[in-house]
Design a protein around this ligand. Structure first.
Ligand SMILES: [Zn+2]
Ligand SMILES: [Zn+2]
Length: 156
């Protein structure tokens, strides 16, 4: 092996290494671009992220990893959905007219202020709204209400 062939081999290796670096550099930019696109729709941010990695390579990628939005668009969307579901659940809970505390649909009394929320049917025992004059489950008229309203046919 003479000197010139050694030089050629060295040049060849250098070129190979350079090509490898270039490919690595490009794939870093590609990865960054793909990643930022799943995290924001902002074109300016996408270009900036690509440029950061493009100009500074692995260091730019490090900076990008620190600064990138923590959630992907998909994750952020899922998060919003979960929050909305939670809010709806809370809003669906009835509120005690007496003290404003949250109550449950199957409570007769408010445990906090003892306000009557519902009453039980005398016949079947199911819970009735206070405004109901007849049990929707068994058809038994609710005593008291009809008389109070003067609708009791037996009274006249
Ligand atoms: Zn209450
Ligand atoms: Zn009933």
């Amino acid at each position: 092996m003479n000197l010139s062939s050694a030089t050629t081999a060295f040049q060849y290796l250098t070129a190979l290494f350079g090509a490898f670096l270039a490919a690595l550099w490009l794939s870093l930019i590609f990865w960054t671009y793909r990643d930022i696109r799943s995290r924001t729709h902002d074109t300016l941010v996408q270009i900036l992220a690509g440029l950061t990695t493009g100009v500074m390579g692995p260091f730019g990628l490090l900076i990008y990893l620190v600064l990138r939005p923590s959630q992907t668009i998909d994750q952020a969307y899922q998060h919003t959905l979960e929050e909305e579901a939670l809010l709806t659940e809370i809003e669906d809970q009835p509120i005690c007219p007496g003290c404003g505390n949250r109550t449950r649909a199957d409570w007769q009394l408010c445990p906090n202020c003892h306000t009557h929320l519902r009453k039980g049917c005398e016949n079947c025992g199911r819970l009735l709204e206070l405004s109901w004059q007849i049990c929707p489950f068994c058809g038994t008229p609710v005593p008291g209400v009809r008389a109070e309203l003067g609708l009791d046919p037996g009274a006249s």
